[in-house]
Design a protein around this ligand. Structure first.
Ligand code: 7PJ
Length: 275
């Protein structure tokens, strides 16, 4: 199987297609709670060129309700099983709960995507034991309250420092460096200015020497710049930022709109690869 975190030089960034199986996500909440609808949507994303499917059963939008391990498993595990019956596309599990990570990988998921950077009890040891790729993300605060008063002296250096410490902790816990990707965590405890500043300095995250994942699709930073456009009016803004991220060497783009992003990336890669 092709390695998820393998990026031959000149190859385009990979597209991680988002599948939220939550009744309350901000842009597609409730759409894919039924297994059949979710499976059809996965098929569509695969045909459109997704490289990875990211499944999340716990909404991390600001103020979202907590979900129990059982409920989260009930949402994601049958779906992972069902996808495995139709495709061998890599699946990442978007969760911060150790038990959900374990069940998901057992059911056939291939990667752990944790907005909490594997800080839950046992999460890091589990990832080391399972030898699966991980994404560790920066967040200031906790989802319920993170947007209340985000505050940094220097957002770029603070996020970088956090990621550096988590990378070292992962390696100390026995996670292979080749299995780690990093994410500055757009919208997770950040004001519009923080998000824009982080984005402008994305290049600097390459200094950490690990593949960079960027998730800005339909996020509120886009709505804010577009005069408070609602989530369903953020496609063009999302494509602009996805293209800029790829230009600044992001290796994985976590997106809702797979086909539009794939097309934009083809142009980005064509320009990048010309002398
Ligand atoms: C992200 C994520 C992100 C990573 C979510 C949303 C909120 N995982 N999960 N990075 N965002 N790695 O899609 O707006 O930015 S959920």
């Amino acid at each position: 199987m092709k390695e998820i975190l393998d990026f031959p030089s000149g190859s385009p960034a990979k597209i991680m297609g988002i599948l939220n199986v939550t009744p309350d996500s901000f842009s597609d909440g409730g759409l894919f709670v039924k297994k059949e609808a979710a499976l059809n949507y996965v098929q569509k994303m695969i045909l459109e060129g997704a490289d990875i499917i990211d499944i999340g059963g716990e909404s991390t939008r600001p103020g979202a309700n907590d979900v129990s391990v059982d409920e989260e498993c009930r949402r994601v595990i049958p779906l992972i099983n069902a996808i495995r019956e139709i495709s061998d596309i890599p699946i990442s599990i978007d969760t911060s709960k150790t038990q959900v990570m374990q069940q998901a990988i057992l059911a056939g998921a291939s990667m752990i995507n944790d907005v909490n950077a594997l800080q839950a009890d046992g999460a890091m040891a589990l990832a080391a034991e399972l030898k699966v790729p991980v994404c560790i993300m920066h967040m200031q605060g906790k989802p319920r309250t993170m947007q209340h008063t985000p505050s940094y002296k220097n957002v770029v250096s603070e996020v970088k420092e956090f990621l550096l410490q988590r990378i070292e902790a992962c390696i100390d816990a026995g996670i292979n460096k080749n299995n780690i990707s990093i994410d500055p965590g757009f919208g997770f405890g950040k004001s519009l200015e923080h998000n824009l500043s982080l984005f402008k300095h994305l290049n600097e995250f390459s200094e950490l020497g690990l593949p960079l994942l960027v998730g800005v699709s339909r996020k509120s930073m886009i709505g804010a710049v577009l005069n408070d456009a609602p989530a369903d009016q953020r496609l063009y803004g999302s494509i602009a930022l996805a293209t800029l991220a790829a230009w600044m060497d992001a290796k994985i783009l976590r997106v809702h709109d797979v086909k539009a992003t794939v097309d934009a990336l083809k142009l980005c890669t064509a320009v990048k690869n010309i002398d």
